[in-house]
Write a new protein. Structure first.
Length: 223
């Protein structure tokens, strides 16, 4: 078995009391997805984004096809709807996504990492004893039998460009800082809305296939 390759991402350790290392190992269907990691309290209130890919953090995706030599600006409310609704920014086009005036700070956003990665980070504030870490990931063009190109013909976001595919997958783990346990495994708990209509986590994963294989596993280490 070959040695796994990892990319290391180091954030400034603002809150030295609670240091986190998040180990993300890509799965067999990992192919340039967009994703976000964030912290919530135990009742689901958003506390902080730990990492998000630039295409959503800065409020814009760019189509592969250009018009008159310029990339076409698009907003993708269906990309990471659970994170986006918690972040709570509405763009000038009325979509629940960040835009230029509300983008995620550069220190907590970056390019899509195309390898396994270790994120060394901390919170920007003291954390409660118990809190959740969530991870949301989505990948375009990953249709399956249920989430086909024509599944929602009246949904302009899903069917308007034929790129959406399976919805985002949400992983979660509860962290207890008073526990002797130092390693916590994140598990898939549901998916986002297929066109970003709301920020609900839908627990039924039965129609999801390859989307559940974008990620192999995620482990959070508390230091």
């Amino acid at each position: 078995i070959g040695k796994l390759e990892y990319e290391i991402v180091n954030h400034p350790l603002i809150n030295s009391e609670t240091k986190l290392t998040i180990d993300v190992r890509k799965g067999s269907f990992f192919d340039y997805p967009t994703y976000a990691l964030w912290i919530e309290d135990t009742t689901g209130n958003y506390l902080q984004t730990l990492y998000i890919t630039n295409n959503l953090a800065k409020g814009e995706f760019f189509n592969i096809i250009e018009k008159d030599g310029d990339p076409i600006h698009r907003e993708r409310p269906e990309a990471l709807p659970v994170w986006a609704h918690l972040f709570g920014s509405t763009s000038s086009l009325g979509n629940v996504v960040p835009d230029a005036d509300s983008k995620v700070p550069d220190g907590y956003s970056g390019a899509t990492i195309l390898n396994n990665f270790l994120l060394n980070t901390s919170s920007t504030r003291p954390l409660p004893q118990r809190f959740k870490i969530k991870f949301e990931i989505n990948q375009s063009f990953d249709w399956n039998e249920y989430y086909s190109k024509d599944r929602f013909p009246d949904d302009q976001i899903y069917s308007g460009d034929g790129k959406v595919g399976q919805p985002s997958i949400i992983y979660e783990v509860m962290i207890d800082l008073y526990s002797t346990q130092k390693h916590f495994v994140m598990m898939p708990i549901g998916h986002g809305h297929h066109s970003g209509e709301d920020g609900i986590v839908y627990s039924d994963l039965s129609a999801l296939t390859t989307a559940l294989q974008i990620i192999d596993r995620i482990i959070v280490e508390v230091k």
